[in-house]
Design a protein around this ligand. Structure first.
Ligand code: ADP
Ligand code: MG
Length: 465
């Protein structure tokens, strides 16, 4: 069911949102009307191995890669000198280039996760894919592995493109794909705002196969002609619904229109709200849907997150948060969300004054400060981080044990992604939400969609609990 209240956000930046970079003005590039059908008619369609297969949600599990490699784009791995290594080795039921399988082994990815098992085969077969699976289920490698297999590491052209909503996510996704492709020599660049552009230009000039970036900065490089997308074979929209929600729709269209129309395209998120369907229809060609959230409206939190909520009057929230922090186990690591940048700063300051070792992160800070804070949170030296929604999507920090919604999110999707920063890849975690006097509507939506049985209502000590 489409949440009508969100539809209007598709084109307009969300009010008060901590947007990553200023999306370009809406007067800029106008989408050309009626181009959809033209595009699909004119689309040079490379015969693909998946062609014979009618649209399906599950790829056949027994499918093996053809020994003579009928894939549209064989990767450019150098031929092996001794000729003894097989062309492909199995990872779970998936046939991968040995160098990629070796890299996964080094990353301790023993077998594919479910989304990987179901999304990688159609992607290797050249199909477009819409992938929906809960937070922390391995979606990055689900597109990162086939992308590393698809690009030619010996070419100097950019052949893989991943668009993400935030800078920290660009860094993280680039790092993961780079690890997957390391033994093939696949070079990956992260391209995002707030960092000196010259460093990125140097890196792009040296030649990279894959670019992971935020739409604003990618567009910037395109207009400086330091990034040419004319050779893109494979484009991915990670957290596509968030990119639309924070106002990147026009930038995404601008970028995708400048990639070859016969490219392969995939879109991944834990939430696929109705407003994204137009984008899917326009830019994906007969996609295979891999949807691993069984509920009809596709709202699902990771099963391992224990979720509780407290009624807290706005004016009592600081006392409430002290109570919560004081009761956490010593080894807890907490990510706390506030709505506004100024709220993050204020709470961080007040808690620090009270002797708590906390830091804040939001889009109003310099990238250098953001990087510094993220580094200390990732290495575990920082135990409590207070953030705007800039940290709500995609970030994978497996040591996070607690998420606190100091301010409730604006909608259920945001709730799902925020609490999804804990309990990743089967780990356990707890999400605590403060429901203030103005949050009745949103908590009811969360209870209705996530499940009233999933959230436990509790009473704080400050209220006699
Ligand atoms: P999602 O994008 O679905 O939220 P991520 O791609 O960030 O999830 O992956 C979550 C975590 O799982 C990461 O730490 C990642 O390194 C790890 N991971 C991914 N695939 C595997 C795998 N096949 N085996 C073990 N760990 C994996
Ligand atoms: Mg992700």
């Amino acid at each position: 069911m489409q949440d009508q209240s969100r539809t209007r956000h598709a084109a307009q930046p969300r009010h008060g949102a901590d947007t990553e970079e200023e999306p370009s003005s809406r007067n800029g590039e106008q989408p050309q009307r009626g181009n959809d059908s033209r595009r699909s008619r004119n689309r040079r369609r490379i015969p693909r191995r998946g062609d014979a297969v009618v649209k399906r949600t599950r790829p056949p599990e027994s499918e093996t890669r053809q020994p003579d490699n009928q894939r549209q784009q064989p990767n450019g791995a150098p031929p092996r000198a001794d000729g003894t290594r097989p062309k492909y080795v199995r990872w779970g039921m998936i046939d991968l280039t040995p160098e990629i399988a070796d890299a996964l082994d080094a990353m301790r990815y023993v077998e594919p996760s479910e989304i990987q098992r179901l999304a990688i085969p159609p992607l290797l077969a050249g199909r477009d894919v819409v992938g929906q699976a809960v937070t922390g289920s391995g979606k990055t490698a689900a597109f990162g592995i086939p992308m590393a297999e698809t690009v030619n590491p010996r070419s100097r052209n950019v052949e893989g493109l991943v668009l993400v909503p935030t800078r920290e996510l660009a860094q993280q996704v680039a790092k993961e794909i780079s690890a997957v492709g390391s033994k093939l020599g696949v070079r990956v660049a992260a391209v995002y705002g707030g960092e000196p552009i010259n460093r990125q230009i140097d890196q792009l000039e040296r030649g990279v196969s894959i670019v992971v970036g935020t739409p604003g900065r990618i567009k910037d490089h395109m207009s400086r002609r330091t990034l040419d997308l004319g050779d893109i074979r494979f484009a991915v929209l990670d957290e596509a619904d968030e990119m639309l929600d924070i106002g990147f729709a026009d930038d995404m269209e601008f970028i995708l229109r400048r990639t070859p129309s016969n490219r392969q395209t995939a879109l991944f998120s834990a939430t696929i709200p109705g407003f994204i369907l137009k984008l899917i229809r326009r830019y994906l060609d007969d996609p295979v849907w891999v949807k691993l959230v069984e509920k009809f409206d596709g709202i699902k939190t990771a099963a391992e997150v224990k979720q509780v909520y407290y009624d807290v009057a706005e004016r009592d929230k600081e006392r409430a948060v002290r109570e919560v922090l004081d009761e956490l186990p010593d080894d807890a690591q907490t990510l706390m969300f506030r709505r506004m940048q100024i709220g993050v700063d204020r709470l961080a300051r007040n808690l620090a004054r009270g002797g708590y070792a906390v830091r804040g992160i939001h889009g109003g800070m310099s990238q250098r400060d953001r990087d510094r804070v993220m580094r200390s949170f990732r290495d575990g030296s920082l135990r409590v981080l207070i953030a705007t929604n800039v940290a709500a999507r995609g970030l994978d920090i497996s040591t996070i044990t607690h998420v606190v919604n100091y301010d409730m999110p604006d909608n259920v999707e945001e709730y799902v992604h925020r609490v999804g920063r804990t309990a990743r890849m089967g780990k356990e975690g707890t999400a605590i939400s403060f429901v203030g006097e103005h949050d009745q509507e949103i908590i009811e939506k969360v209870l209705g969609k996530v499940g009233a049985d999933v959230l436990e209502r509790k009473l704080l000590g400050i209220y006699g609990g």
